[in-house]
Design a protein. Sequence first.
Length: 218
Amino acid sequence: MELTDPLDGDARLADAFGSAWPAVQRFHRLLVDEGPVRGLIGPRETGRLWERHLLNSGAVVDQLGGVATLIDLGSGAGLPGVVIAAMVPAVRVTLLEPMARRVAWLEHVVTELGLPNVDIVRARAEEVAGRLRADALTARAVAPLEKLYGWAAPLVVPGGQLLALKGTRAGDEMVSARESAARFGWEDPMIVTSSLLDGVEPTTIVRAVRAAGARRVR
């Protein structure tokens, strides 16, 4: 049984997503209809897709600045990568995902939404180190920062940024991962929050900058 999302029909959503609204609305429908069946989201998540997933993903766009290329590491269901691609068509987005069934889903979604600025790569981060890099990298529910810093480092150009969407324990993760951040050349890790819609819990993001002089990690 499909659960009712309290934000369904909220007129503010169209304003929040702007010109991306038709694509995001279609993505929402695909997630509701196929997400649980494909094992991409839990059955209960269909009743809170807007607040916990789509708005949460879209909020990261405010932190992108003028990036031209972005890698969404461990893209999974396409969160946040698909939402970002829809909202910022000028950014070339690579959805990096190792699992075949999730790659098939992402290909399906990108075709259905008509997103010409998306590339899909089936691989783990370590498999494309040294040959795939971008101005920014996003990751949502992929790994603790201690691991994520290492996976992301080879994929981000010097001066580029990591944007890790995290939960309430983001501060604790940052503290425990200080040595890892320094080892892999990440500077100025900080927590920023962003929101697309008033009354919705802001997205918590750990932002770190790849040091200009950081050695290239392979």
